[in-house]
Design a binder for this molecule. Structure first.
Ligand code: 1HN
Length: 339
């Protein structure tokens, strides 16, 4: 940077104060522009699935606690983050395995990728996990997972742990037993919050959605109906955001989540916003161009759209794409911008 005129005296001054942990603002080098160091990147399911299966031969859920491969951005080594503000992992659980109960300050979301027969228990209620389901694990809620089926189950974990790291507020606790006691029947949360109805006595506790699971079948039907009846958004196709049914806000105070449908042959306009996003291809094949770089996508591929990068989609087949981003936090703080 250093726009200010340099003189020998200024240089000497700068040097002399450095020993007191002082620096002239006019010499600062931190970027004053939008955007992050994060690179646009795509992880191919065809490459990652064999590594997940291999990890199952090498470690169990007892030793790993969570058998997760982290998707770490190639431009952010050592951070464990996929984007500036987001954690992304792929978790695999085998029949008979349990991932023991714990809780932590980061909020977590699950997007189920492949397989049936696994459940997650959150805050006293269990739900089975089906491909395409979006599941909410609010911060500080006890959660454990298990596989009571006959096949491996894989899901994507999305966490806002970059925020707790930033604030220095990362806390965690193990539950004394592997599994938590269940005090609500399976399906209770969907019945109470999943039909534009609310229990009379309901009041929002915490900032996360009280709806534990947003089943894929419903989301998929909604997208199909709207595709038939409404004009497409020129950049996003048909795109819906997941809402907290009690207040219409994002499902987490930090993270927003979306599902979009791109009709076969869709060639979207390019768009840009400050949100940092991670996309997971639920269905279909096509291409996404991020900051001038084109990636071809197939089902279950995961890609990162860093903030302030131009992005455009082209769908070779009808495609359905899940995404989550830091838009909730950006909006709350007044930082979100598009254009
Ligand atoms: C976690 O608790 C889970 O509960 C998954 O399944 C991934 C990544 C970082 C920190 C905690 C889980 C996680 C995690």
């Amino acid at each position: 940077m250093s726009h200010a005129p340099q003189s020998a005296e200024l240089a000497a001054f700068s040097k002399s104060i450095s020993g007191q942990s002082l620096k002239p603002l006019w010499e600062r080098t931190v970027s004053q522009k939008p955007g992050t160091p994060c690179a646009p990147h795509l992880w191919r399911w065809a490459d990652v699935e064999p590594e997940l299966l291999r990890s199952c031969e090498l470690i169990g859920t007892k030793d790993a606690e969570r058998r997760v491969l982290m998707l770490e951005n190639p431009e952010m080594p050592g951070t464990s983050f996929s984007a500036q503000t987001l954690f992304t992992g792929l978790q695999i659980i085998l029949p008979g395995e349990v991932a023991a109960a714990h809780r932590h300050t980061p909020n977590a979301l699950r997007f189920v990728v492949k397989g049936e027969g696994a459940y997650t228990a959150v805050g006293g209620e269990r739900t089975m996990m089906r491909p395409g389901d979006f599941i909410v694990t609010p911060n500080w809620a006890w959660h454990d997972h298990g596989n009571i089926g006959t096949e491996a189950v894989v899901w994507m974990d999305g966490l806002d742990s970059a925020f707790t790291k930033f604030f220095g507020t990362t806390f965690r606790e193990d539950y004394p037993q592997d599994t938590q006691p269940l005090y609500r029947a399976e399906g209770d949360s969907l019945a109470a919050f999943g039909s534009a109805l609310l229990p009379l006595e309901f009041h929002q506790e915490g900032a996360a959605s009280p709806l534990l699971v947003y089943p894929y079948a419903r989301t998929r039907d909604a997208l199909a109906q709207l595709q038939r009846s409404s004009p497409l958004h020129p950049a996003h196709g048909v795109k819906l955001r997941y809402a907290n049914p009690a207040n219409g806000k994002h499902p987490f105070p930090t993270m927003a989540a979306f599902m979009q449908l791109l009709p076969k042959g869709f060639e979207g306009q390019s768009s840009r916003s400050t949100e940092n996003a991670v996309c997971n291809v639920a269905e279909g094949r096509g291409a996404v161009t991020i900051a001038g770089k084109t990636f071809h996508f197939e089902p279950h591929d995961i890609f990162v759209v860093p903030g302030w990068c131009e992005v455009s989609f082209a769908a070779r087949e009808e495609s359905v794409i899940f995404s989550y981003s830091d838009r909730a936090a950006q909006e709350a703080m007044g930082f979100f911008r598009e254009g």
